[in-house]
Write a protein that binds this ligand. Structure first.
Ligand code: ADP
Ligand code: MG
Length: 319
């Protein structure tokens, strides 16, 4: 009998919202989630029985943050970024869990999915805290930017002629607090949804308490860490392009179909993958394989089945 590899599938945050629309209707979010989850259900039907789903939250947390900013006169007590990330995990987790339940009932499949609000320990001494560089939320003019710096202690950076934006640190994920729960859910035969938006950044105080931190963690890095900690075989990163390309911004970009870790490492060093988008995915794939993973793949959201079957996307192998 064929043994099905365990999978961790990471959805890009942009993949879960309608494209090119500033104010999508909520119904569309459900429809898009449904399209993705139908594909996950196909895998379940084929026999894949250990599946973890993770997801980004860039556009969603951006909106939560914006809503706060726009109502700050009415609600001056703002929630911190860790709580915004938790909100987005709940929102996206609910939508995925809800549509998946319907799909599984329609197909008379017995499994179900559970969302795990996920906290991730970071190191307060991480150098990222000295150079916040991950932009979030809306643009401000120079005056406002000055005021926010003094009033709230934010760091704001000018973004190529579009104004000033808040930037926050993006520290490395060290440990998944809810790791055991992911194990347990898989052992029970269910699908786990978690580590949304890279997880809620927390630090462990000397008293052993967990404390939220105003930062965001890269979802590709956290997904790789979770995949290795759980001992996942295949790490699948789904996004809105067909895979990792060489010479991406040239007239003749070349899709990498199969590569070893060593080859990918070389192309990373040569600067083929852009910072903040493809680079963290390739790094995450390489890290996962260096820690004992069997295969990593970066592929388009619509090609999940082929990506899992080694027929599309960028397939990366140890070595
Ligand atoms: P996600 O929400 O899935 O994390 P990102 O926008 O962060 O999506 O990353 C995917 C984007 O990476 C693509 O839309 C593409 O524009 C960009 N990109 C940068 N370098 C490359 C490359 N070498 N190959 C393919 N895509 C690349
Ligand atoms: Mg991304």
């Amino acid at each position: 009998m064929k043994r099905y590899p365990s999978l961790l599938i990471a959805f890009g945050g942009n993949a879960l919202i309608p494209r090119d629309r500033a104010h999508p209707h909520q119904k569309e979010e459900f429809l898009i989630a449904r399209r993705s989850m139908e594909k996950v259900a196909d895998l379940v039907e084929q026999g894949y029985d250990r599946i973890i789903l993770t997801h980004g939250n860039g556009p969603q947390v951006g909106r939560i943050f914006l809503q706060q900013e726009l109502t700050r006169d009415e609600f001056p007590r703002q929630v911190t970024l860790d709580v915004c990330v938790a909100d987005s995990q709940g929102r996206i987790g609910y939508i995925l869990q809800n549509v998946f339940d319907s799909i599984l009932s329609e197909r008379s499949l017995a499994t179900r999915a559970f969302t795990i609000i996920t906290q991730v320990v970071v190191d307060p001494a991480d150098p990222a805290f000295n150079k916040p560089d991950k932009p979030i939320g809306v643009f401000y003019d120079k005056e406002e930017a000055k005021r926010l710096t003094t009033e709230r202690g934010w760091t704001l950076k000018e973004d190529a002629g579009r104004g000033f934006r808040r930037v926050v640190p993006s520290p490395r994920p060290l440990m998944i607090v809810e790791k055991q729960i992911f194990h347990d859910i898989l052992d029970l035969g269910f699908i786990a949804i978690g580590a949304g938006g890279g997880g809620i950044p927390v630090r462990r105080t000397t008293w052993g308490r967990l404390e939220g931190i105003e930062a965001v963690i890269d979802k590709d890095r956290t997904s790789a860490l979770l995949a290795s900690e759980i001992g996942i075989d295949t790490f699948v990163i789904l996004t809105t392009v067909k895979g990792a390309f060489l010479n991406y911004q040239s007239k003749q970009p070349h899709l990498i179909r199969r590569a070893s870790v060593t080859e990918m490492q070389g192309w990373l060093n040569d600067g083929h993958f852009l910072e903040g988008s493809m680079r963290p995915k390739v790094e995450a794939a390489v890290d996962f394989l260096a820690r004992g993973g069997q295969r990593a793949v970066i592929a388009h959201l619509d090609e999940l089945d082929d990506a899992v079957e080694e027929n599309s996307g960028t397939q990366i192998y140890p070595g």
